[in-house]
Write a protein that binds this ligand. Structure first.
Ligand SMILES: [Zn+2]
Length: 301
């Protein structure tokens, strides 16, 4: 109960701040600062229809060209967009709730890109969320010296040892699309890779990182899909080494969670492309303020 009240207060306050930030700064940033040398790049996880449609409506109303992954790549390579206002919209993980958004995509005739991790599609879960939820059920011996907030920092082998043990603790309620749902969804969205297992790449050894890149590409292909030479780093986690490693694969574009507009002139390489996060549970004006990049200039997350 207290948690529900806390969330409601957080949402209302965020929306109020968002309204002020958006009206005074954000709107101007989106409408006058964007030009043919920049792309607005936003991403979602599992938004409600209302959260998603509100932003799409705003972008369509203000004449944004919402591009497919292929169009994005074309503009990115040429370092020039066709229009003054261009938006690239992506989704991570392939949550079941994304299926509810198909009507919005059709209604506004917009295209999105979905970054999927094949193992999560098979299991129906993202390991990190799943281990957190079942952490208390794991044996003391297995979790000795580990706090639930440390899971993100564990080595690949320890993290997946916990994941396998967590899976044993009862039936798994699917939260991620099945393979056949993903194949259906792919008729309305471009697909990209989100690695094979969705590990935190900065905790993994080089051979594992390379395997995550290559295996996901192989499996997607096996399913009749393509990674479109594009990948989004799980949890947005990457470092210089990750960039070097992805440079050795077939991928040509990698997406981060740096909350900025994409400015062609300041892109050092193709493997650190910014994306602004639009969280699932906030109000219209906080989301608009976040989309304009003004929110994260003031608040950390
Ligand atoms: Zn993810």
């Amino acid at each position: 109960m207290i948690e529900i009240i806390r969330k409601a207060i957080r949402k209302s306050l965020g929306n109020l701040f968002g309204l002020v930030l958006f009206q005074f700064f954000g709107k101007r940033l989106l409408l006058s600062k964007l030009d043919q040398n920049k792309i607005l790049s936003i991403y979602f996880h599992d938004p409600s229809v209302e959260v998603f449609e509100t932003l799409i409506k705003w972008l369509v109303k203000h004449n944004f060209e919402i591009v497919t992954l292929k169009e994005f790549q074309k503009y990115y390579d040429k370092k020039k967009c066709k229009h003054k206002r261009t938006a690239f919209i992506s989704f991570d993980d392939a949550w079941l709730g994304n299926l509810e958004l198909l009507d919005v995509l059709k209604k506004y005739d917009v295209s999105i890109t979905l970054f999927a991790a094949p193992k999560s599609i098979i299991d129906g879960q993202i390991w990190l969320n799943f281990v957190r939820r079942r952490f208390m059920q794991l044996s003391e011996e297995m979790t000795d010296g580990i706090k639930v907030e440390d899971i993100k920092f564990l080595s690949f082998s320890k993290a997946f040892e916990l994941y396998e043990a967590a899976k044993e603790k009862g039936e798994i309620q699917r939260r991620i699309m099945t393979k056949s749902q993903l194949l259906d969804f792919a008729k309305f969205a471009c697909i990209g890779s989100h690695t094979m297992n969705h590990p935190i790449l900065t905790n993994c050894k080089d051979d594992i990182v390379l395997n995550e890149f290559n295996e996901s590409e192989r499996i997607l292909k096996n399913w009749g899909l393509t990674s479109n030479e594009s990948l989004a780093y799980p949890n947005g986690s990457y470092n210089e080494n990750t960039v070097t490693l992805i440079g050795k694969t077939n991928y040509k574009y990698a997406f981060t969670t740096k909350p900025k507009f994409i400015e062609f002139s300041s892109q050092k390489n193709n493997f650190e492309i910014p994306r602004i996060c639009i969280p699932d549970g906030f109000g219209k004006y906080e989301n608009l303020a976040r989309m304009s990049s003004v929110w994260t200039k003031i608040f950390k997350d």
